[in-house]
Design a protein around this ligand. Structure first.
Ligand code: NDP
Length: 444
C-alpha cells in the first residue's frame, strides 16, 4: 500500500465518526500523491504525514452560562491547535449547533494549507462551540462569550494562537470575547482579529474574505481568457463572506442574482440589492423574507435551490457540503463554467470531480477564501507596530496577496503536470512550505 493510502486509513481508523475531517484529509492527500512519491522514503521515515494529520493539541471544555430566564445552559467549547510549523495558530471560531470535534478538525486542517498559501507567517488552528446564537438576546450572547473566553484565554495569546470570527462569530462576539480576555489577563494585545476599529481592528477586515474571493476569481478568469464584467453569478449564503463577495462582484460589473440563508433563498433578477441585504442581515439579523418584502421583483423560496438558477459562475459562500453532485450537474447543464468557493469545503468530493471532469474552472476555498485570514494577519501586524493602515492600503495588499496565491497555485499545478487543477495546485503549494518548516524543526 502506498504511504498516502496508509496514512488515510490511519486517519479514518483513529478518528471515527468524523466524516468531514476524513473528507478534507482525503482531498489533500490524493492531490499530494506526486509530491509525496518524490520523497516517499524520507517522509515515511519522519512520519511527516502522520504528524501533519494529527493536531499538535486539542482543547475541549465546558461552557456554562445563564440564559434570560435564569436557567443554566451548558455548551461544548473546542480549540484545535493543528500546526504551528510556520507561525502561531490562526483560524476562526465557529458558533453553530452543528459544531463538533470532527468539523473543527476539518476546518483546522484546511487552515494549515490556506494560511501557508497567504505567504504570511501563520499556522493552522480552529475553534468554536455548538452554541446557537440565533434568537439569543445581546445579554445572552455576552454571557456565553465571557464564559467561553474564561477557559480559552489560558490557551491563546498574540504570539501563540490568535482566533478570529467564522460562522456565527462576527464583530459583536469578537468584542465580548476581547473584553473578557483583557479583563482576565490585563493584556491589550492582538490576541483576536476581526476586532472593532475603535480597539485595534483593521480597516477592510470585514470585507476581506468576500473581496478576496472576487479578486481571486478575477485572476483565475483572466488567466483563462475570461472577464468578470458582464457575467451572471449565483451566490449562496447571506453572511459576512456572501455579502462582501456580492458587493465586490457588482462593483466589477457582474450581476449577482441569488443569496440564501439556512431557511430559504432569494432570486433577484435585477441583481441583489446589497445595501438592503446588509440592513436585513447585519442590522436586523432577520430572515430573507424581509428582503423579499422590500423587493417586489425578487422571488423567495423555502429550502435549498440556489444552484438551479442559470448563471455563468457559482460562488458557494455558506457552509460545508452545500453543493453536491446533483447541484453540479444542474449548474453545468445551465451553462455555468466556473465554481469559486467562498466557504470552506462547500463542494462535495464527487461534485468537485464532476466539475473538473467537465472542464469547468474550480477554485478550492482554501485558496479563494484565504483573503480573510490574510487580512487578519495584516491586523496582527498593525497591532504589533501599534499603527493603523488606511482602507486603500489594506485592500491593495489583499489584492496583491490574492493575485500571488493564484499565481502560486497555478504554477504548482503546472509543475506537476496538472495545469488548471487548482485543487491540486493549492494543496501542493500550501504543503511544501509547511513540510519544509516541519523538517527543519526536527521531530516535534
Ligand atoms: P456567517 O455566519 O456570517 O454567514 C453564514 C451564512 O451561511 C448565513 O447566511 C447562514 O444562514 C448560512 N448558513 C450557515 N450554516 C448553514 C447551513 N448549515 N445551511 C444553510 N445555510 C447555512 O458566516 P461567514 O460568512 O463568516 O462564513 C461562511 C463560510 O465562509 C463558512 O464556511 C466559513 O468557514 C467560511 N469562511 C469565513 C471567513 C470569514 O472571514 N468570515 C474566512 C474564510 C472562510 P443563517 O443566516 O440562516 O444562519
Amino acid at each position: 500500500m502506498s504511504y498516502v493510502d496508509e496514512v488515510y486509513d490511519r486517519v479514518v481508523a483513529q478518528n471515527p465518526s468524523q466524516p468531514e475531517f476524513h473528507q478534507a484529509v482525503k482531498e489533500v492527500l490524493a492531490t499530494l500523491r506526486p509530491v509525496i512519491e518524490e520523497n516517499e522514503e524520507e517522509y515515511r521515515r519522519e512520519a511527516l504525514l502522520e504528524r501533519l494529520t494529527t493536531p499538535e493539541r486539542v482543547i475541549l471544555f465546558r461552557v456554562p452560562w445563564v440564559d434570560d430566564k435564569g436557567q443554566v445552559q451548558v455548551n461544548n467549547g473546542f480549540r484545535v491547535q493543528f500546526n504551528s510549523a510556520i507561525g502561531p495558530y490562526k483560524g476562526g471560531l465557529r458558533f453553530h449547533p452543528s459544531v463538533n470535534l470532527g468539523i473543527i478538525k476539518f476546518l483546522g486542517f484546511e487552515q494549515i494549507f490556506k494560511n501557508s498559501l497567504t505567504g504570511l507567517p501563520i499556522g493552522g488552528g480552529k475553534g468554536g462551540s455548538d452554541f446557537d446564537p440565533k434568537g439569543k438576546s445581546d445579554r445572552e450572547i455576552m454571557a456565553f462569550c465571557q464564559s467561553f473566553m474564561t477557559e480559552l484565554y489560558r490557551h491563546i495569546g498574540a504570539d501563540t494562537d490568535v482566533p478570529a470570527g467564522d460562522i456565527g462569530v462576527g464583530g459583536r462576539e469578537i468584542g465580548y470575547l476581547y473584553g473578557q480576555y483583557k479583563r482576565i489577563t490585563k493584556l491589550y494585545e492582538g490576541v483576536l482579529t476581526g476586532k472593532g476599529l475603535t480597539y485595534g481592528g483593521s480597516l477592510a477586515r470585514t470585507e476581506a474574505t468576500g473581496y478576496g474571493l472576487i479578486y481571486f476569481l478575477e485572476a483565475m478568469l483572466k488567466a483563462n481568457g475570461k472577464d468578470i464584467a458582464g457575467t451572471t453569478i449565483a451566490v449562496s449564503g447571506a453572511g459576512n463572506v456572501a455579502i462582501y463577495a456580492i458587493q465586490k462582484a457588482q462593483q466589477l460589473g457582474a450581476k449577482v442574482v441569488t443569496c440564501s440563508d439556512s431557511t430559504g433563498w432569494i432570486y433577484d433578477p435585477d441583481g441583489i440589492d446589497v445595501a438592503l441585504l446588509q440592513e436585513v442581515k447585519e442590522v436586523h439579523r432577520a430572515r430573507l423574507t424581509e428582503y423579499k418584502e422590500k423587493r417586489p421583483n425578487a422571488e423567495y423560496h423555502e429550502g435549498k435551490g440556489v444552484w438551479s438558477v442559470k448563471c455563468d459562475i457559482a460562488c458557494p459562500c455558506a457552509t460545508q457540503n452545500e453543493l453536491n453532485l446533483e447541484d453540479a450537474k444542474m449548474l453545468h447543464s445551465n451553462g455555468c463554467y466556473c465554481v469559486a468557493e467562498g466557504a470552506n469545503m462547500p463542494t462535495t468530493l464527487d461534485a468537485t470531480e464532476y466539475i473538473q471532469s467537465q472542464g469547468m474552472l474550480f477554485s478550492p476555498g482554501k485558496a479563494s477564501n484565504a483573503g480573510g485570514v490574510a487580512t487578519s494577519a495584516l491586523e496582527m501586524s498593525q497591532n504589533s507596530e501599534r499603527l493603523s493602515w488606511t482602507f486603500e492600503e489594506v485592500d491593495s495588499m489583499l489584492k496583491r496577496i490574492m493575485n500571488d496565491i493564484f499565481k502560486n497555485v497555478d504554477e504548482a499545478a503546472k509543475r506537476y503536470g496538472m495545469e488548471g487543477n487548482y485543487v491540486a495546485g493549492a494543496n501542493i503549494a500550501g504543503f511544501q512550505k509547511v513540510a519544509d518548516a516541519m523538517k527543519a524543526q526536527g521531530i516535534v
